[in-house]
Design a protein. Structure first.
Length: 264
């Protein structure tokens, strides 16, 4: 399954938030979208699954224009893990994951045995089966995030969009979540697109990086092509370097310090 983003732009009132963004991605990849606050990352993510309609440009999934699909059809192809998933209702973890089957059900239709099996498999993949009867508001941050990922998996998506999936999580839960996402991308051949601020985690887990600043793509490529010292200085105003870490068998980022205001 190929995703092709061609010249996508979006504005709030008269302010351009995403400006002429184009990139391609394909199944089995983890693509990181990085940039400072206000760079348009989350807005771009919402344009990909048509929560927002681009002012210009087109999003193609499998060669089909997203505008030709209904929202239910898009939900069958794209699973979304938002920044936060708090609920004011006393849903159990199983209730939440079962919601992932809604795009496949007609109005007032009850879940079938096949739906229950898909939900069971999604909870097994995310190690959340033992949480099935627990209310969501009684789970830890890492447990809640795994349940939300299970809900997205229950949609049987070909593409998964994650907006800051490790936000507010302890370091051990961050690694746990991203190890899970990495495994799912490889084993389920999903295309995973992650919005994140964390350069080290992006360098460790992503196959490709898209750097954004002020709504535009500054650089796109593999980890070493995108996260150059010059690019990180330009986008994040930090002095940082990327290196291969033999202990983890992948890349890492060492931040040396902040760049003073006034320096380009």
């Amino acid at each position: 399954m190929k995703l092709s983003v061609q010249g996508v732009s979006f504005c709030y009132r008269s302010e351009d938030v995403v400006n002429d963004v184009s990139f391609d991605a394909t199944e089995g990849q983890i693509v990181g979208i990085l940039g400072p606050n206000g760079s348009g990352k989350t807005t771009l993510l919402k344009c990909l699954n048509r929560v927002l309609s681009p002012k210009k440009g087109t999003v193609f999934i499998g060669g089909v224009d997203n505008r030709e699909r209904t929202r239910k059809q898009i939900a069958r192809q794209i699973g979304v893990v938002p920044q936060s998933a708090n609920s004011s209702f006393p849903f159990t973890a199983l209730d939440i994951v079962m919601m992932g089957r809604n795009p496949e059900l007609e109005r007032f239709e009850r879940e079938k045995e096949s739906d229950l099996q898909i939900v069971s498999n999604a909870m097994k993949m995310t190690n959340t089966s033992f949480l099935a009867d627990r209310p969501m508001d009684q789970l830890s941050g890492g447990e809640r995030q795994r349940v939300i990922i299970a809900r997205a998996l229950a949609q049987r998506p070909q593409i998964m969009l994650l907006d800051e999936p490790t936000l507010h999580l302890d370091v051990n839960h961050q690694i746990e979540i991203l190890d899970l996402i990495s495994r799912l991308a490889r084993e389920e051949r999903m295309l995973v697109i992650i919005v994140t601020h964390d350069l080290s985690l992006a360098a460790r887990y992503c196959d490709r990086i898209i750097l954004m600043r002020k709504g535009r793509i500054v650089s796109a490529g593999d980890v070493t092509q995108a996260l150059t010292r010059e690019n990180m200085a330009n986008v994040f105003s930090i002095d940082a370097t990327i290196y291969y870490d033999e202990r983890i068998g992948t890349h890492n980022v060492a931040v040396i310090g902040a760049i003073r205001e006034g320096r380009e």
